[in-house]
Ligand binder design. Sequence first.
Ligand SMILES: [Cu+2]
Ligand SMILES: [Zn+2]
Length: 193
Amino acid sequence: MGGVAQKMTDTVKNAPVLGSSGVHAVAVLTDPSNGQVYGHVDFVEANDGTVIVSGEIKNIPDKQKRGFHIHEFGDTTNGCTSAGNYHRFLSMEFACLYVGAHYNPDNNEHAGPQDQLRHVGDLGNIVGGSGNVAKFNFKDSLIKLTGSRSIIGRSVVVHEKEDDLGRGNTADSKKTGNAGGRMACGVIGFKKS
Ligand SMILES: [Cu+2]
Ligand SMILES: [Zn+2]
């Protein structure tokens, strides 16, 4: 056996282990306003129902943390942001019109990924590493790629500051984690397996 058939066998052998749903998703993150922070995030549903989140984001300074969330909407009509000064002039409610606030189907307060009660979209922080690249690979048990709570069609946002995980003792801490503006975002779509 050789040629195409052999290649296909090799492809199957080397394929990642599919989860219960077999659904893979990806978000390609950019910042339409300056393009400095960019990268991609992959999502794979594992057999135990958790979702493996992996990827890399460029231009996150070494050892610095940046808020990392699933936001409610996948509408990047007006960028992420913060695009220019657009959102800085508007109240929080208006800023939520496009990619929206953190995905929060249970109406909980903002918290960290390890907390029992949190926004579903609260994935905490990513951390810059060597070459100012944030690389990550972790599991989350609240986000889903199938069913009524699927995150497909929503967006991933990287913020300008560290997410305080709801522990900042300010009103905003329990809403946004005081993570500041939005540096990059991308819509979560189906990925070819
Ligand atoms: Cu966010
Ligand atoms: Zn949140």
